[in-house]
Design a binder for this molecule. Structure first.
Ligand code: SF4
Length: 278
């Protein structure tokens, strides 16, 4: 059971600037703050943009508890760790929750110091803060692209940000690896919505292991209806020593199942762990 405060509790709501307004329509409420664990510059280690330099914003909290999660979502300490110079691994600390203005200042400082491909909004689950992102994304897109890393389980929250999202790395969560219940319908609705905006590039990330079944793999074809959507198979890595334990024959079997359906299937492990970067 989750004991974390709901994301909405972090929000500070700003009323309409019209002092004569007595009613408060939803659009007059502007979420200005969100809890962030860290902001840093690094190399993307997963998915189709592996190897690209990005600024990462890691939001606190997640509504899931995947067994393989390497960023356990504890209640944030109250402080956000912010890299002072891109790639330096030297950090200062800001009080949580962060305002949109303070986050934009941090991003601008990092972005001005070194060129980056895009800004990765990750977590945790960044879409827990979809109303915050709805305000932030258009401002970020004035200077770079927005890259959303998500569990792909909250289609109703994606609605807020889709028009300002350039790339979506969408997980499909398999019960064999997450220990979570199957979320077929949520994934299906999320994918349909994401794929409906042609300007947004969507790819799928699928963490799998030796216990992943053929039936689970077949569900991916039900969810992902566009056969050109890239499917990234990510073998689960051991949390203690970062090794891939899956037998290569099973890896190839699963890759074959997907290649029969999809045009672009790739097996890519978490490369940032090999590079020993953040
Ligand atoms: S969705 Fe991501 S952040 Fe959330 S528990 Fe799973 S792996 Fe961790």
């Amino acid at each position: 059971m989750h004991t974390h405060p709901t994301p909405q509790l972090w929000y500070r709501l700003m009323v309409s600037s019209d002092p004569t307004s007595s009613a408060l329509p939803p659009e007059a409420l502007r979420p200005l703050e969100a809890p962030v664990q860290e902001v840093f510059s690094s190399i993307q280690g997963e998915g189709v943009y592996v190897g690209k330099r990005q600024i990462f914003i890691r939001f606190a909290h997640c509504h899931l508890k995947c067994h393989y999660c390497d960023t356990p979502m504890t209640t944030p300490s109250g402080q956000c760790q912010v890299e002072t110079n891109p790639g330096s691994s030297e950090f200062k600390h800001l009080e949580n929750p962060l305002s949109i203005d303070s986050l934009l200042t941090v991003l601008n400082d990092l972005y001005q110091t070194a060129p980056h491909h895009s800004i990765s909004f990750t977590g945790g689950e960044p879409l827990l803060y979809h109303l915050f992102l709805k305000e932030l994304f258009p401002q970020v897109r004035r200077f770079t692209q927005t890259y959303l890393e998500t569990s792909g389980t909250q289609p109703e929250n994606l609605v807020s940000v889709l028009n300002h999202t350039d790339m979506i790395a969408m997980d499909i969560k398999l019960p064999s690896t997450t220990g979570e219940p199957q979320r077929l319908e949520d994934h299906r609705r999320f994918y349909q919505l994401a794929a409906s905006r042609l300007e947004t590039q969507v790819f799928i990330k699928l963490v799998f292991n030796a216990t992943t079944t053929d039936e689970e793999i077949h569900t991916v074809a039900d969810i992902v209806t566009n056969r050109k959507t890239p499917i990234i198979l990510q073998p689960e890595t051991c949390l203690t020593d970062n090794t891939v334990t899956l037998d290569h024959r099973r890896m190839v079997e699963i890759e074959t199942l997907l290649t029969k359906v999809f045009q672009d299937v790739r097996v890519i492990p978490q490369t940032h762990k090999m590079l020993n970067v953040l």
